[in-house]
Design a binder for this molecule. Sequence first.
Ligand SMILES: [Zn+2]
Length: 315
Amino acid sequence: MKRLFPAIFIALFFTAALSAGGQKARSGAGNPGAVNVVTTIFPSYDFVRVIAGDKANLTLLLPPGAESHSFEPTPQDIIRVQNSALFIYVGGESDEWVDRILDSIDTSKIKILALMDAVEVVEEEIVEGMEEEEEEEEGVAYDEHVWTSPKNAALIVQAITDALCGIDGANAGLYRQNTAAYLAALNELDGEFQTVVNNARRKTLVFGDRFPFRYFADAYGLSYFAAFLGCSTETECSAATIAFLIDKVKDEKIPVVFHIELSNEKIADTIAEATGAKKLLFHACHNITRRDFDNGLTYMDLQRNNVGRLREALQ
Ligand SMILES: [Zn+2]
């Protein structure tokens, strides 16, 4: 399948060239002189929006509401990457499609930035009670949800700013100014999470869902129990896993069981019903719904909502 890619790409390229257009909401308006920036997922899209404003023709490849782990690029997406001056992706196991695109196009004029290169990465971790993956991974699997910690978000923002300044020196002063303000806001957010944790009665989170918060938990010294690894494709979990999580919630009188965004929430529902715990969303910011996207929701909005929910869960 992978070997067929270049041929398919060429065929699709011409098809797409004939049917350009669409996806306007996620694409820049074609501001002349602006830098073409393409990002794969929402957090990096939002960071560029903050740093560059209308100095970037910004495109988000992952459609709002779509599942980020099973994304397949359209021919138009491939053209957008080819025409970008800055292309930002995550660099993890969900991004195999990115490698296929980059292998098939001329990247000599594109600055390519992987979020995972901007931070110190850690491996995915199986904790007690969690479902093991059925497919054995080859080699080390690093957790790709680097943006979930505000401390990492600051490093990522800095890396994006450096890249933009390298491409568009004329606007570097503006980018640096916007970045300084945003880094201050991220620092404040980090302080809010830290205050919640410092004043908390407990340090344990329970997720009746996947757990893409390894970096977040590490940043604040939190422990966790969850049904699946961060990027697991499993949606059904064993009775033993559910029973383990229910026992944890009961034994430690944990008040909140979390689910993540765009989840079917079934496991969290089951645990909540069995224990009386409250079910709440803890947003991993992979992606947002079309409605939230149209309303201009930001990474900062999502994380500020998380602050209050964390406070409830740790009380
Ligand atoms: Zn993920």
